[in-house]
Design a binder for this molecule. Structure first.
Ligand code: UDP
Ligand code: MG
Length: 139
């Protein structure tokens, strides 16, 4: 298993507000190499599968509606210690609790509309990257 990669999505709120460039600048400026990237939109079934781990949570239906309402930027990123370093770069799930300078502090609206996704483990980075990209889309 590749352990120096993580997976991210710039979520519909970030894309709607025109923050793609600024967020990618933060990501590449923090030493992440873009291995794969595309503008895409998840179907309801995609979002239900991607977030299946949360399907019993009270926010699940709202999460699926939010994540499918417009295009996202999906990307695989590479850096030493990618998963942990990227979680540090994006900040806490709730932007109110996110550290200064983090992507969520800068660009997120709320705990639900929080601008970016970052994988929480090497195993999930692999699963989530493969959900969105085929091998020939990874560089
Ligand atoms: N979420 C939400 N309400 C909550 C917690 C999470 O709407 O109380 C949404 C939010 O978009 C979050 C996603 O569900 O990013 C996945 O939740 P998780 O706890 O995995 O947070 P993350 O790993 O994204 O920080
Ligand atoms: Mg998570």
């Amino acid at each position: 298993m590749v352990t120096n990669r993580t997976f991210t999505m710039l979520k519909p709120d970030a894309v709607e507000k025109g923050h793609i460039g600024a967020i990618l600048d933060k990501i590449t400026g923090s030493g992440f190499r873009i291995v794969a990237m595309k503008l895409t939109q998840m179907t309801k079934s995609d979002a239900e599968k991607f977030y299946a781990i949360h399907n019993e949570r009270p926010f699940f239906n709202d999460l699926v509606t939010y994540m499918t309402r417009g295009p996202i930027v999906a990307a695989i990123l590479e850096k030493e210690n990618a998963v942990d370093d990227f979680r540090t770069l994006i900040g806490a799930t709730n932007p109110v609790e996110a550290a200064d300078g983090t992507i969520r502090k800068l660009f997120a609206e709320s705990i639900s509309e929080n601008a970016v996704h970052g994988s929480d483990s090497d195993e999930n980075a692999e699963i989530e990257g493969s959900f969105h990209f085929s091998g020939r889309e990874m560089f």
